[in-house]
Design a protein around this ligand. Structure first.
Ligand SMILES: Cc1cc2nc3c(=O)[nH]c(=O)nc-3n(C[C@H](O)[C@H](O)[C@H](O)COP(=O)(O)OP(=O)(O)OC[C@H]3O[C@@H](n4cnc5c(N)ncnc54)[C@H](O)[C@@H]3O)c2cc1C
Length: 494
């Protein structure tokens, strides 16, 4: 006789719910039943439109066709994020995906660049980033190099319509056998630290062995204290409104600093997503809304909507037999577009540590340890954007003066002294990501690796020059972002 299947219930059908459902549907075969409960009346948070390159791995693992997916979600490409006004008003830099320059043996490129800067033979860092050069030229390319075999890859991510993304994944997951139940969860039946069943408003009672809490800010199932990080990341509101297309169709996200926060700009095919993230202690909602509306490319589409949040995380993302995935488990402002990645990463971790009919505490502890490490390092990276500013407003002065997490201070001290950056274990952001933001925020290291000092001056200047020219030649051959999309657009299946 066959064992009863392991029953998994996903509560909530936003991006987190449907990404989880799609992945479990794809990777769990017989022996599991996957069911998702969502309430159309409650709806989803409806934002979350910029991603990082890892999302492509998620799609590939699911077997999703990229062109079809982008057409279905009105998507566009993203080569990085431009930060405007984060150092001083009007100042610009980019955190572009991909490498910068070329390392020489063991020595990372930034050490050669730093020395060349002293010698007057280096241009700004951006001139050695293929992604940034392509992004600034409004171009896009995928596949191998065009002009020379030595050209590095051009990593990219997507912008997409959050509502269409969840709908796309829903079709995908349902086709894989995930059962959807429409209804409002009215009650959570608990027994000790575990959830036994959910009761819907219709009266239906749904039992499971494992529950995934994807109810977003409602956090209906997860029962674990919240660790508040607002002393580091005080922004606690966002006003969001899409507008008609109008400005440049950039293959990058823009994050523009304002007096008490910042504004995102995410260009999609059919509209542009915008939002103003701000600290309610420093600015009223009316003022934040007025700033947002004054800084749109074109007419707003619909009324601005306010979202409230607190930066931080659950002490235990997996507690009892409930795993929180998505906004129910943690919130970090969308400055580096990390939330959808965190969903993807949580799903991957859960699949690796998947319990059977009962949860083993050791699996749960390992899951929580990995989750904490990952999000704490992302938190540090986000704080980094704020602390080195030289802006005049009180909000920014407070950000400069804050006491930093030790992990972040250590990174800053090391870089400031010798230009070195270390990435521990599976930290999400690479050395090159940290480099661009530290340099972009005006932190120039005092020294560099002694091996970078050993190369003759003329050779160093030539080396710098060659990289820049090679990349510029490659970018000149790439199609524009709009042309690239037109060439690769696919019909959306009915
Ligand atoms: C202002 C802002 C901007 C963001 N921008 C980005 C970005 O650019 N990039 C990025 O990666 N991430 C971004 N995020 C994060 C991203 O939006 C979320 O991580 C993502 O949408 C996942 O949300 P969710 O599925 O956890 O929650 P939600 O979308 O809120 O979904 C919750 C689900 O639970 C259901 N539900 C709730 N209560 C009940 C109930 N009682 N009964 C039944 N169902 C219920 C709802 O109906 C819904 O289906 C942003 C977030 C915010 C707040």
């Amino acid at each position: 006789m066959q064992d009863d299947p392991i029953r998994i219930v996903i509560a909530g059908g936003g991006t987190a719910g449907w990404m989880t459902a799609a992945a479990l549907g794809r990777f769990l075969g017989e022996g599991f039943s996957v069911r998702l409960i969502e309430s159309d009346a409650i709806g989803t948070v409806g934002v979350g439109e910029a991603t990082i390159p890892q999302v492509r791995l998620f799609n590939q693992a699911l077997g999703i066709d990229e062109d079809e997916f982008l057409a279905a979600t009105q998507g566009s490409y993203k080569l990085g994020i431009e930060f405007v006004g984060w150092h001083t008003p009007g100042h610009r830099y980019m955190h572009a995906f991909g490498d910068i320059g070329r390392d020489v043996g063991l020595v990372p490129f930034q050490h050669y660049w730093r020395r060349a800067l002293d010698l007057g033979s280096a241009r700004p860092l951006s001139h050695y980033s293929l992604n940034e050069m392509a992004a600034r030229a409004g171009r896009m390319h995928r596949g191998g190099p065009i002009t020379a075999r030595t050209i590095p890859p051009l990593p990219y991510a997507f912008h997409f319509d959050a509502g269409l993304y969840a709908a796309y994944l829903r079709r995908f997951a349902e086709a894989l056998g995930v059962r959807r139940t429409e209804g409002r969860i009215a009650d959570v039946e608990r027994q000790g630290a575990e959830v036994r069943a959910l009761r819907l408003a219709s009266g239906e009672r749904i039992e499971a062995d494992l529950f995934i809490d994807c109810t977003g800010f409602y956090e209906l199932l997860i029962d674990s204290d919240f660790e508040d990080w607002s002393h580091w990341l005080p922004c606690d509101r966002a006003v969001a409104v899409p507008c008609a297309t109008g400005g440049e169709f950039t293959p990058y996200t823009r994050a523009t600093a304002h007096a008490a926060g910042w504004q995102w700009r995410i260009p999609l095919r059919h509209r542009t997503g915008n939002g103003h993230v701000f600290s309610s202690r420093h600015m009223s909602e009316d003022e934040a809304t007025a700033i947002l509306l004054d800084n749109l490319d074109a007419e707003p589409v619909g009324e601005p909507r306010t979202l409230r949040f607190t930066a931080g995380k659950r002490r235990e993302a997996w507690s009892g037999n409930v795993v929180g995935i998505g906004l129910s488990s943690a919130f970090l402002e969308p400055l580096e577009s990390t939330s959808i990645f965190l969903i993807q990463s949580a799903i991957q971790r859960l699949l690796k540590l998947l319990p059977g009919k009962t949860v083993r505490p050791a699996d749960r502890a390992e899951y929580n340890r990995q989750t904490d490490f990952e999000i704490e390092r992302i938190r540090d990276f986000i704080i980094l954007h704020y602390v080195l500013n030289e802006r005049p407003e009180p909000f920014w002065a407070e950000m400069r003066a804050m006491e930093l997490p030790n992990t972040l201070s250590a990174k800053l001290d090391l870089f400031a002294a010798s230009g070195r950056i270390t990435r521990e274990h599976e930290e999400l952001f690479t050395e090159v990501g940290w480099l661009q933001v530290m340099i972009g925020q005006g932190l120039l290291p005092e020294g560099y690796h002694p091996l970078a000092g050993a190369i003759p001056e003329t050779e160093l200047a030539e080396y710098m020059d060659t990289i820049e020219k090679l990349y510029a030649r490659e970018v000149a051959q790439m199609p524009s972002h709009a042309d690239f999309i037109a060439r690769h657009s696919k019909k959306v299946p009915a």
